[in-house]
Design a protein around this ligand. Structure first.
Ligand code: MN
Length: 454
């Protein structure tokens, strides 16, 4: 089965010069979606599509009536301040708009002047979350991450017996998910040191990033109706970068027996651009598992998923400490990995999530789980890179890190590259850690500020 069409042709040329530059994140074959407005304005957020260093303002495209039929209807849906309605329209609507944009952006397209009039430079834009995220579910789909973390606690038996049978996940929280550029306070919480008699409340000492992909659900399913794996991808709108911040010391004390809670719900950061599953078609890959692993249960298995259910997406984590920033030094790479190493595919996550009849809704978000690769340098978290905090990482400027410190900015990047296909970039997601705002400092502050200002 072929997933590619004329919009993936690497020979396509765009009339916009910046889209033609080598290493461009957003060439004409990409066309990712975001919600944006002009920086510092009080304009309404509306949907846009990235091309080169510009944004095609889809509200302006809809008003100008550049397209007709399904593409026009889809552009109208994108004029809203959240993409949920557009996501709910399903694959045919997403594809119709992608095809119309692709044709209108090609060299010699009769719509060039009309689209030109709808462009906003990316460096003059600000972004919001792309949709209202109803529910957020976090998975644990990298067997290399699960094994590395498991071996810190159970060296003899790192993987729990369920891992290769069931895509492990938990329900997270959406209120603290923010868009790239987010600065958040270091969480405080209850922790229990091994040598202490009782727990205490203090700022997290083991703050960690998680290199994840965010997976947005498009069309949902009715409650009680599981999504068959064969159709699972029809329910997926697209992917973005996702830093799912974690407080390892809080997690260690609180997680038994019900699992992740306050260690996981204080901040997570999304990249603004959603790359559609359609744009990723040239980067499909077979699902690779050792022969000796169990064959997935029927609801998690189908031929097309085994043959091309994985995605070859290169991922990177970088750090820029406060000292690096002040010295004007560029961010330093902490790790590189690839989503192709994921043990479970996106289709399997969707099929599993709905097998019990759970209804997914347009705009729901899945976290893929930390995407670590087979080599130790491909670790998607500090917990792995520092071997549970035992080995400090030396940075080029002489600083060292076991976990993330105040003032550090963590950056995730992603891109797909392959012979015979255009490069598809994800852009980046950045977030910066501020010193903890503890209960004590809040109390002090409220005493010194006039009423109503704390
Ligand atoms: Mn996570």
């Amino acid at each position: 089965m072929s997933f590619t069409n004329e919009t993936h042709d690497p020979q396509l040329r765009c009339w916009l010069q910046s889209a033609e530059e080598a290493d461009c994140e957003f060439p004409i074959q990409n066309l990712p979606f975001a919600e944006f407005r002009r920086q510092g304005s009080n304009q309404a957020f509306r949907g846009g599509v990235a091309i080169g260093d510009q944004i095609v303002d889809l509200a302006a495209v809809a008003t100008a009536g550049v397209f007709a039929g399904a593409a026009q209807q889809a552009a109208e849906a994108c004029a809203a301040p959240a993409l949920n309605h557009f996501m709910s329209l399903g694959k045919q609507a997403w594809s119709a708009l992608r095809l119309a944009l692709s044709r209108a952006l090609r060299q010699g397209a009769p719509q060039e002047a009309a689209i030109q009039a709808c462009l906003v430079p990316q460096d003059q834009a600000e972004y919001s979350l792309p949709c209202q995220i109803g529910d957020y579910t976090d998975f644990y789909s990298s067997v290399h991450h699960a094994t590395a973390v498991g071996s810190l606690f159970r060296p003899d038996k790192p993987l729990l017996p369920n891992y290769k049978w069931i895509p492990v996940g938990y329900h997270g929280r959406t209120s603290s998910i923010a868009i790239s550029g987010h600065c958040f306070y270091r969480p405080q919480g209850q922790t229990m040191s091994p040598d202490a008699a009782e727990p205490s409340v203090e700022p997290c000492k083991r703050l960690d990033h998680e290199l994840e992909l965010g997976i947005f659900i498009g069309a949902g399913n009715a409650q009680g109706e599981p999504i068959p794996i064969q159709n699972a991808e029809d329910h997926v709108f697209g992917l973005c970068l996702f830093n799912d911040w974690s407080a390892r010391d809080i997690q260690a004390w609180e997680y038994q027996p019900l699992g992740p809670f306050l260690a996981k719900n204080f901040a997570s950061t999304l990249s603004p651009w959603i790359v559609t599953l359609e744009a990723l078609a040239p980067f499909r890959a077979p699902l690779m598992r050792p022969e000796s692993d169990p064959r997935p249960l029927p609801y998690l298995h189908c031929a097309s998923n085994s043959a091309q259910g994985s995605l070859d997406i290169e991922l990177q984590v970088l750090i820029q400490t406060e000292r690096m920033r002040k010295a004007g030094q560029a961010p330093e790479v902490l790790a590189t990995s690839n989503f192709v190493h994921s043990y479970w595919t996106i289709a399997q996550l969707v099929a599993h999530h709905s097998v019990n009849g759970c209804n997914l809704r347009p705009g729901d978000l899945f976290g893929s789980g930390t995407q670590s690769g087979p080599n130790p340098q491909q670790a998607g978290s500090m917990l792995e890179l520092s071997r549970g905090g035992k080995q400090a990482l030396r940075l080029r400027n002489g600083e060292s890190r076991t976990f993330i410190e105040d003032g550090d900015t963590v950056i995730l990047r992603g891109a797909c590259q392959r012979q015979g296909a255009a490069r598809i970039g994800f852009g980046e997601v950045t977030s910066t850690v501020l010193p903890a705002k503890t209960l004590q400092s809040k109390t002090l502050q409220s005493k010194t500020l006039p009423a109503g200002q704390n």
